[in-house]
Design a protein around this ligand. Structure first.
Ligand code: ATP
Ligand code: MG
Length: 593
């Protein structure tokens, strides 16, 4: 795998080229759509499909969506939008274990948050809602399995799992036919119905397709299609004790939904021959009609400094290495949202990394840069002192409050200015004062001049320290004629410019400084346990002094805290009049080597 950092040209990709060609050749022009998923007979009653193409986003509701899923969401929903098609939001819930309503809800939330939906009104006024659950197709899947049996394309195998594994062969050796492969159709049908009726123990019998045990593609060596599994299903309850295998279920789901382009990640490439084999057999049986869906594969997103495996994400949550699925350090979309990453930034990111068939790693900084670019345009500026020490302007009147004017956005003058109050006692950043300055330090130093941003030039006079020698208070005097925006502001030249907040007016507030959750680019690389790569400093909670207007920030409002980075009012812990802030991303990448 290569490391990919340079932006790739936006726009086309190989999948779009395929869609263009299919549309040009009218490959899908004859398709009918009866308004809902169904078999050939059902669709035949419909109108020509108003959707030029149909794609689908098919998560299994067994976890939260992550940044990798966003790539698939923008690809599938984006194609449908751009080609006047429909993208189906499909929950691939055919596996009864590990699936839950909590996951269903979080997935729908995240897809909507990224800006997509599944309600469509066609120009003729027909409405379509394309939210589907694969488990609603269990009846058809069962019927399809019986049809395969009836046509001699499937058989019930009594081998143990171990025997099947041995007889499957290897990459270099053909497999061996099961001794049960030649059961009669009647026997297979009877056994399969007994499986359905609960007459056989879990794992004792399995329905397999009958293809070729000598195929060089191991996936065609009589792959399993139905297994006995007594498990409660979140949608169908205890109706079934047999469940279809994923590789059997998925093509059928696509076909019933009249999907044209079924886009998945590269690891399914070797499954494509079975996908085609199965749908052809069901078309021969009259259950499906041509044109059938086609599968295309693209490279999944691999991102440095995060883990995108559901198993690892579940482990992080369950073992409480993070506070929950929406912990702002997690690459889940729920976490990303709380972190302050924005949907538009995801769009820029997915455009920039493109879609290809070549596996590669994307550097996390590419993702962060996209968020910075979008936030730079969209986020208003505010003043925040994160590590406060006092600055006292000794020659400033004690009870005076003076308005200073700070622009809300340097690139958008139309957003105007806001008032920040100046008083005798201010908060400034600890790092903006040095008693013994290092070379090139142009901020506050004894006897030095500096501008209080949007205010006056001040001259540092002295400082106070505690018993340990830490500076607690800095003293200065202001030069009354130098206020920013007045004619005298240029009368004194200064090299430094520091930000400040009136101590009397400041909003004292909890701020969480988030950093990367992993300190290694490839967590768990080699034999390392990925948990040992957790960054011990991935969050620091501080008490900051913010300009008073930030008190009114609403949950999910994003700001640039000048000189610090982008921050968002936390979605979960903010209350009206008392927001808490999360650092989304710093202004510059601190991880660059
Ligand atoms: P599982 O380990 O449970 O199979 P998964 O990440 O494949 O997890 P799904 O719920 O099956 O999760 O994924 C839904 C869709 O998102 C699939 O079509 C899959 O191809 C796509 N997808 C998942 N991970 C990525 C990724 N890293 N990059 C691009 N697409 C992804
Ligand atoms: Mg999957």
């Amino acid at each position: 795998m290569s490391s990919e950092k340079a932006p790739i040209p936006l726009g086309s990709n190989f999948i779009r080229a395929i869609v263009d060609k299919d549309l040009e050749q009218g490959v899908y022009a004859s398709r009918k759509w009866a308004g809902s998923p169904g078999d050939a007979a059902h669709q035949a009653t419909g109108q020509p499909d108003p959707a030029k193409i149909r794609t689908r986003f098919p998560p299994e509701p067994n976890g939260y969506l992550h940044i990798g899923h966003a790539k698939s969401i923008f690809l599938n929903f984006g194609l449908a939008r751009d080609y006047n098609g429909v993208c189906h939001m499909r929950f691939d819930d055919t596996n009864p274990e590990k699936e839950s309503q909590e996951y269903v809800d979080s997935i729908t939330d995240s897809v909507k948050w990224l800006g997509f939906g599944w309600e469509k009104t066609w120009p003729e006024g027909n409405k379509e809602s394309s939210l589907y659950f694969a488990s609603n197709y269990f009846d058809f899947m069962y019927r399809a399995a019986e049809a395969l049996i009836e046509n001699g394309h499937a058989y019930v195998d009594s081998q143990s799992a171990e025997e099947m594994r041995i007889n499957r062969g290897t990459l270099t050796e053909a497999g061996k036919n099961s001794p049960w492969r030649d059961r009669t159709v009647a026997e297979n049908l009877a056994l399969f119905r007994e499986m359905r009726d609960g007459k056989h123990a879990d794992g004792s019998l399995i329905l397999r397709s009958k293809i070729d045990m000598a195929s060089p593609n191991i996936n065609l060596r009589d792959p399993a299609i139905y297994r006995v599994r007594r498990a409660h299903h979140h949608n169908t309850g205890d109706k079934w004790c047999i469940y279809p295998m994923y590789t059997f279920a998925h093509p059928i789901e696509d076909a019933l939904e009249q999907v044209t382009h079924s886009i998945c990640t590269l690891e399914f490439e070797d499954q494509r021959p079975f996908y085609d084999w199965l749908l052809e057999r069901l078309a021969e049986a009259g259950l499906l009609a041509h044109p059938l869906p086609k599968q295309y594969e693209f490279a999944r997103l691999n991102l440095t400094y995060v883990v995108l495996s559901k198993r690892k994400l579940i482990q992080l949550v369950e073992e409480k290495h993070v506070s929950g699925w929406d912990d702002p350090r997690l690459p889940t979309l729920a976490g990303a949202r709380r972190r302050g990453y924005v949907a538009e930034g995801f769009k820029l990111f997915t455009d920039r990394i493109g879609v290809s068939k070549a596996d590669s790693w994307i550097d996390y900084s590419t993702f962060e840069d996209c968020m910075r670019e979008v936030l730079n345009i969209n986020a208003e500026r505010r003043i925040a002192v994160l590590d406060p020490i006092k600055l006292v302007i000794d020659n400033y009147p004690e009870n005076q409050v003076e308005d200073c004017f700070a622009p809300n956005h340097p690139l958008k003058p139309e957003l105007g200015k806001r008032v920040v109050p100046l008083t005798r006692e201010l908060w400034i950043e600890r790092e903006d004062f040095m008693e013994v300055p290092s070379k090139g330090f142009f901020r506050l130093v004894p006897d030095g001049l500096v501008r209080l941003r949007y205010g006056y030039v001040v001259k540092c006079t002295s400082c106070e320290k505690d018993a340990d020698g830490n500076v607690t208070v800095v003293h200065c005097e202001y030069l009354p004629d130098t206020k920013s925006g007045t004619p005298g502001s240029d009368s004194v030249k200064v090299k430094g410019n520091i930000h400040w907040v009136s101590a009397q007016h400041a909003y004292e507030c909890e701020v969480r400084l988030y950093d990367r959750l992993f300190k290694e680019a490839h967590p768990g690389e080699g034999d390392r346990d990925f948990l040992t790569d957790i960054n011990p400093n991935s969050v620091t909670v501080i008490t900051a002094q913010l300009e008073p207007s930030l008190k009114d920030a609403k949950a999910e409002d994003s700001f640039q805290f000048e000189r610090h980075g982008y921050f968002v009012a936390d979605k979960k812990d903010s209350v009206a009049g008392k927001p808490v802030f999360n650092r989304t991303v710093t202004l510059k990448d601190a991880w660059q080597k």
